[in-house]
Ligand binder design. Structure first.
Ligand code: XIL
Length: 367
């Protein structure tokens, strides 16, 4: 009784003090989980895209997601899923052979769960962002297999039942898509590393949906075709691959007919499709006309996903243009996301919302 009233008095005192100190914004953070700051009145993407059991997500980094209330509020307003941009990659979690540090990923996952956001796991096998100790490790085949097993089963079992989708192998194809990429795993284990990775992940969480994820730098989509072939081949061999992830890092171009055909082809083969890293980089000095063209492109990408029951996921890579990987990775380019650096929705945001809304309306009308 006494304890309870003391808490009330203390809370009240803090709120009063904060208001006196000059801001309701300060008062609103008292208590930790209190209402987030206003992020504007635009139509939330999740209301349209997610309505049809489709995940609509965004890649987020640890510091912004946990440290910036405005950032997190906008994520919660617009999306129902987050992908951790870096925090589950080898260099982040696998700090020494067999030794893991999950502090950052755990904190993000806990926050996501409190916010009712699903988490897409990214990624278990990739040739980039590997820890430096791995460069020095002289791995024989059996050791490499054991290392891969330990990594995948440790990460996947830690989050079993909480992370339902994994980009198991990222970028397995060579840059031009003519074959498999040569990586530390193909060199030490051989191409069998692919099936082993999926088997280890499946063993660690038999309920998780497992994806092969890649990018395609060509407009024609040949590389996504090869990705579908690879996923299909593995599945025919009994490997637990459930879908293909198309990263879809666009560079101001889109062949919508080809993309729609690729989604259809994957779907015909019984594969799930995820648009895992959608963004569209354009020159940093682009003006309104280019932003309008970008809106048409990204709207088209969204409508292709919306029209395909097999397309279960639409994830944007980066919340705002101020949080995008593009300016660093592609100097001279920017504006790649749905929100500008001031957190305001861009024309591309309304185009994506309209694409999902129109698709939902068509489905309702069509019965
Ligand atoms: C990028 C991150 O966004 C950057 O912060 C990091 O420095 C490099 O990796 N394809 C992928 C993602 O699968 O993991 C990459 O993410 C972008 C390209």
């Amino acid at each position: 009784m006494f304890a309870a009233s003391t808490t009330v008095v203390t809370r009240l005192a803090l709120v009063v003090a904060a208001v006196v100190a000059g801001g309701l914004a300060v008062a609103s953070t008292v208590g930790g989980d209190s209402p987030p700051p206003d992020v504007g009145g635009h139509e939330p993407l999740r209301a349209t895209a997610g309505a049809d059991q489709r995940f609509v997500g965004v890649a987020v980094g640890h510091d912004a997601f946990l440290g910036d209330e405005r950032f997190r509020s906008l994520v919660v307003h617009d999306f129902d899923t987050v992908t951790f941009e870096n925090e589950l990659k080898w260099s982040e979690v696998h700090v020494a052979p067999g030794e893991f540090d999950f502090a950052r990923a755990d904190a993000m996952l806990a926050r996501a769960e409190r916010d009712d956001l699903a988490v897409r796991g990214h990624t278990l096998v990739w040739h980039e962002q590997l820890p430096s100790w791995l460069d020095d490790a002289r791995l024989g085949r059996e050791q490499a297999i054991e290392l891969l097993r330990v990594h995948i089963s440790t990460v996947v079992s830690r989050y079993a039942g909480r992370v339902a989708h994994w980009d198991v192998v990222n970028e397995p194809l060579s840059h031009d898509g003519s074959g498999l990429r040569e990586t530390v795993w193909s060199r030490t284990i051989g191409d069998e590393y692919l099936s082993l990775a999926f088997e280890f992940a499946h063993e660690a969480d038999p309920t998780a949906r497992l994806f092969l994820n890649d990018y395609d730098g060509s407009v024609e989509g040949e590389k996504y075709d090869s990705l579908i072939d690879l996923a299909d081949r593995l599945r025919r061999d009994g490997v637990p691959v459930h879908g293909v992830g198309f990263q879809l890092h666009l560079d101001g171009r889109l062949d919508a007919t080809t993309l729609a055909g690729l989604v259809q082809r994957a779907s015909d083969l019984g594969l799930e499709v995820a648009f895992t890293e959608v963004d569209d980089r354009i020159p940093a000095d682009a003006g309104p006309a280019e932003l309008a063209r970008q809106a048409r492109r990204l709207g088209k990408v969204a409508s292709i996903c919306a029209a395909a029951p097999a397309c279960s996921t639409f994830v944007v890579w980066g919340l705002t243009d101020g949080h995008s990987w593009v300016p660093t990775a592609f100097p001279g380019y920017g504006h790649a996301t749905l929100f500008d650096a001031d957190f305001a929705p861009k024309p591309a945001h309304s185009a994506v919302v309209s694409a999902f809304t129109d698709a939902a309306d068509t489905q309702v009308e069509g019965g």
